[in-house]
Ligand binder design. Sequence first.
Ligand SMILES: Nc1nc2c(c(=O)[nH]1)N[C@H]1C(S)=C(S)[C@@H](COP(=O)(O)OP(=O)(O)OC[C@H]3O[C@@H](n4cnc5c(=O)[nH]c(N)nc54)[C@H](O)[C@@H]3O)O[C@H]1N2
Ligand SMILES: Nc1nc2c(c(=O)[nH]1)N[C@H]1C(S)=C(S)[C@@H](COP(=O)(O)OP(=O)(O)OC[C@H]3O[C@@H](n4cnc5c(=O)[nH]c(N)nc54)[C@H](O)[C@@H]3O)O[C@H]1N2
Ligand code: SF4
Ligand SMILES: [Mo]
Length: 752
Amino acid sequence: MAASEGTTAFRTCHLCEATCGLELRLEGGKIAHVRGDDDDVFSRGFICPKGAALGRLEDDPDRVRWPLVRRGDTWHRVSWDDAFAEVDKGLSPILAEHGRDAVAVYLGNPNAHNLAGMVYGRVLLQALGSGNVYSASTVDQMPKQVSAGLMFGGGLSIPVPDVDRTDYLLVLGADPMTSNGSLMTAPDIPRRLRALRERGGKLVVVDPRRSKTAEVADEHHFVVPGTDAHLLFAMIATLFDEGLASPGPHVSPHLRGLDEVRALARDFAPEVVAPVCGIDARTIRRLARELAAAPSAAVYGRIGTCTQEHGTLASWLVDVLNVLTGNLDRPGGAMFASPAASAPGSAAEGRGRGVRFGRRKSRVRGQPERFGELPVVCLAEEIETPGEGRVRALVTLAGNPVLSNPDSARLDRAIASLDFVVSVDIYRNETTCHANVLLPAEPELARGHYDIALYSLAIRNVANYSPPLATLGPDEYPEWRTLLRLAAIVAGQGAGANVDVLDDFVVATLVQKAVSRTGSNVEGRDSAELLQALASRRGPERVLDLLLRTGPHGDAFGAVPDGLSLDVLLAHPHGIDLGPLEPRLPALLRTPSGAIELAPEAIVADVERLRASLGRRRDGLVLVGRRALRSNNSWMHNLPFLVSGRSRCTVHVSTLDAARLGIGDGQSVRVRSRTGEVVLNAEVTDAVMPGVVSIPHGWGHDAPGAALRVAAEHAGVNSNLLADTELFDPLSGNAVLNGIPVEVTPLGARNA
Ligand SMILES: Nc1nc2c(c(=O)[nH]1)N[C@H]1C(S)=C(S)[C@@H](COP(=O)(O)OP(=O)(O)OC[C@H]3O[C@@H](n4cnc5c(=O)[nH]c(N)nc54)[C@H](O)[C@@H]3O)O[C@H]1N2
Ligand SMILES: Nc1nc2c(c(=O)[nH]1)N[C@H]1C(S)=C(S)[C@@H](COP(=O)(O)OP(=O)(O)OC[C@H]3O[C@@H](n4cnc5c(=O)[nH]c(N)nc54)[C@H](O)[C@@H]3O)O[C@H]1N2
Ligand code: SF4
Ligand SMILES: [Mo]
């Protein structure tokens, strides 16, 4: 249903994980005004400045509107057919001569917010068959995926805090008041946190910065970056010491490894941990007791607990604490969503193959693959190091690794040295300026939207589909078709393959899987009948319809009369609320044992590293990040509406350190790490812990080849010049982006 002039339409915001409903005023095919949709079943009118900027993002004159081919430093507009022919010419000889691994792929964050990326990104990866798959996951949540995978058997079996019903929320390393939540889809976090406190609940934040979330909390504790695992272990030790560890009748029968955790925790007594993490032993004990005593409680960790040297251990201990306080999988605790669009249940409910890592290893460093991808800390060396299997070409899909990945100066040089780069992106930015061929996505309004990924991490079960509100212009080509054409090219079918045939094949394969899976709601059905029922659609919508209908709330193609389908969602433009989260154990488990693995072997083996760090005291400064409400990683800095005002790309220095180093507020300073240095202005503040400095990521928009006029005027510096590919969490391969040793020098000071 295309909207006509001067109409109101509703659409889920795709810009962050909160999935807010937007009410759009459309005029002349453009977004004239955006406000929060009061009737959205999930967000009830909430909106943030990014959502409000959706129209400006669509109309940004710097957005890439047609395919571009680069020859040297000049860019040429070409037709779509010529662009794909160019890709074929670039990639096919490399594949033929050097094999599949010679072409790497980097998937950026917006793929998780985009139907095309969710459905067809995987098809492209399969067609390519390269071992060199990288994504923003290893500068983000990989530690949580690894810990959840080992504990529950699935990399997306991640418990989310039941914010609306909990009595006690302990937040570590997350600032949802700014980020609007992550691995926790919960639109309007400000209201939800307010409601928590109004019903007598308590909010405690552990963060080396007094974040926006810390400001609205009952309690905030500074923590030394990278020591959350120590702190959590000490809380666990307290629970055991005081006889408070009590997983509850619902979870206890499905638990393995409790005694092992008890034994491991012995080395982490609060008194031992206190000087390491910077939180005194009495407070640690009290927090543990409060968690145990609360009628319901949830522990939640995010970027700060993931992108650090003990990321997997910290992510694991968050859920161990949820288990030990009886809060896993119960209302008000940490629960699992039941997403409407998901693959049908596996054969033996409550048991599975679990997760296995390291089926292949990176060529240079021998880093194991996890969930089919290698850590981005390995990407530059795989490009630079000569020999069999070297990466010679790169496909970037909605990613900006030159700003978002560690040691970015080196990565920038490495990408520039490649034989061929093709990028699918909406901007010519710091990364995509290296592309030989740059393929734009269609305008957001010209495509449908459904958050397949984010609803699997939502604090309520919700389903909301947004149909396209505009038709494609003559130069516009849908991203899903682009992904399939790239898949055809790397599969050796040439630039002119018939995408519709490929798409039919993709759907037929998925249908076949659904009907042959034991326990699915269409088990044993005739796949031709199902395909027929889906036949009125194609592309992502057809796949979505299938996932909805075979999902846990689905209509099973008629077998469940009130069940969901895409048609049902179309009749509900404000979404369908499927209710609060419900307990899902033990059916959700996919571990080989059929139990929750509280002490997985790989994780237990890494505890030794944590124990060894107990004696360590940092003397110098360490760098952490931060986000700002009006930013979205690296890519929304080209909208005046979002970047106006004071520069946000400053380094926060504590009052104590500033006095010691002779740094004044607003003074220019140099921040140096092992890998690089940046020069920027200091903000002297009590909101950051002594010993810690903070710089936001996603800035540094001064690349000569980029075409971001507004961002270039607000360039800032790239904090990832300071991040080090040698610093990573060994269990997940995730980069350490918080807790990087740095030196800070006021500029002009005589003694550096
Ligand atoms: N130091 C430090 N570094 C960090 C972080 C940190 O906290 N500190 N955070 C990390 C995290 S959590 C993440 S997720 C990563 C993000 O890392 P990346 O995903 O590599 O970077 P983004 O800045 O999200 O870039 C997204 C790209 O997608 C493009 N894009 C937007 N919409 C579309 C679309 O619809 N289609 C296509 N094809 N392209 C689109 C944008 O133009 C942009 O180029 O950064 C990480 N880097
Ligand atoms: N406005 C805005 N919203 C966003 C994004 C954005 O760029 N801007 N990015 C989106 C993306 S991709 C993601 S992944 C999410 C991230 O969502 P969040 O995790 O909520 O993001 P941050 O605001 O970076 O919060 C991380 C916090 O961890 C703290 N921290 C750093 N090191 C440590 C540590 O060692 N221990 C502890 N306990 N805390 C530490 C930092 O000070 C910071 O306050 O946000 C999403 N939403
Ligand atoms: S909070 Fe996220 S989903 Fe909601 S309007 Fe802002 S950017 Fe969009
Ligand atoms: Mo992220």
